[in-house]
Every structure is written in structure tokens, then in C-alpha cells.
Design a protein around this ligand. Structure first.
Ligand code: HEC
Length: 144
């Protein structure tokens, strides 16, 4: 009996995990949108349009790191096409390279977060981390 209940529980957990991820394409696009929003906030600070705020800049870099970790799980087989994805086939052809690009983005965001104690250090770190956007998009995204 206990064994049956356990199996049933495992199945339920397994199923809800699948349901939660029914659409990895939409999920990764939303993740990238939050990266985009954080980048707009960061650019406003870097340009002096918004005041330097230590908590805010930490939150921006945290969004980058958290999103990078999440992105690594959002390109399962079968999600190559559909939902107007701009993900390039190269993501699946070179999964190690793509994951390495995400890991680089993540670690540079953490380093920039730790180093961003004032506006000048924020600008340097933010400039450095946001180079990853174009580099990755050029390689792993197609233009529509
Ligand atoms: C390691 C790779 C990688 C990095 C780094 C990266 N992106 Fe992306 N980005 C992607 C991929 C892949 C897509 C396409 C997702 C899809 O359509 O399935 C994307 C899509 C987007 C989109 C479109 C989302 C939508 O509405 O569909 C925006 C905006 C975006 N990225 C902004 C950024 C910004 C800003 C940065 C840097 C701060 C960044 N990205 C860093 C890989 C990356």
C-alpha cells in the first residue's frame, strides 16, 4: 500500500513538473523580457537618468544571474520551433557552447554585482556584462 501511494505521489509530482513547463518557449521569452526590463533600468542609471541605488543595481545583476540559470533549462528537445521563437538551431547543435555562454553571463553578473559600490564601478560592470547580450544573440538567435 505504502509503495503504491509513493509511486502515485511520484507520478503526481512528475506530472505537475511537466505541466509547469508546458511551454518552455514562452517561459524563456518571458525570462528574456525580464532581462530586457532590468537592462533598461540599468541603462537609465548608467546614463545618469536615474540615481545610483545600490539595492537596485544588485537586483538588476541578480535578475541576470537568476535568469541565466533558468534559461539553461528552457531549451528542451522539441522546443526548436513554434511560438515565434528566435532561438537558433545552433543552441541544440552546440549545447555545451550555449550553456557556457549562459554561465559566463551569470558569473560576470555576480562579479559586477559585488564590484558595483558606486556609479563609476556600476558603469564599468554593467558595460562589461551587457556585452554578453549581443555576443550571445549573434550566435544563438536568428533574425526574423
Ligand atoms: C547566452 C545567450 C543569451 C544571453 C547572454 C542573452 N540572451 Fe537574450 N535571448 C537569447 C535567446 C536564445 C533568445 C530567443 C528566445 C526565443 O525566442 O526562444 C533571446 C531573446 C531575447 C529577447 C526577446 C524576448 C521576446 O520577447 O521574445 C530580448 C528582449 C533579449 N533576449 C534581451 C537580452 C538582453 C538585454 C541581454 C543582456 C543583458 C540578453 N538578452 C542576453 C539568448 C541570450
Amino acid at each position: 500500500m505504502i509503495r503504491v501511494a509513493l509511486v502515485a505521489a511520484c507520478l503526481t509530482i512528475g506530472l505537475s513538473a511537466v505541466v509547469a513547463q508546458t511551454n518552455p518557449i514562452v517561459e524563456r521569452q518571458n525570462t528574456m523580457k525580464s532581462i530586457g526590463a532590468a537592462t533598461r533600468d540599468g541603462a537609465a542609471i548608467a546614463k545618469g537618468e536615474a540615481p545610483f541605488d545600490a539595492a537596485k543595481v544588485q537586483a538588476i545583476f541578480k535578475t541576470y544571474s537568476d535568469s541565466a540559470k533558468k534559461m539553461a533549462t528552457l531549451f528542451p528537445d522539441g522546443s526548436q520551433t513554434g511560438d515565434k521563437t528566435t532561438a537558433a538551431p545552433k543552441i541544440w547543435e552546440d549545447q555545451a557552447g550555449f550553456k557556457a555562454s549562459l554561465a559566463k553571463f551569470d558569473s560576470e553578473a555576480s562579479a559586477a554585482s559585488a564590484a558595483a559600490t558606486d556609479l563609476a564601478s556600476f558603469r564599468t560592470g554593467f558595460g562589461n556584462v551587457t556585452k554578453n547580450c549581443g555576443t550571445c544573440h549573434e550566435t544563438y538567435r536568428v533574425k526574423r
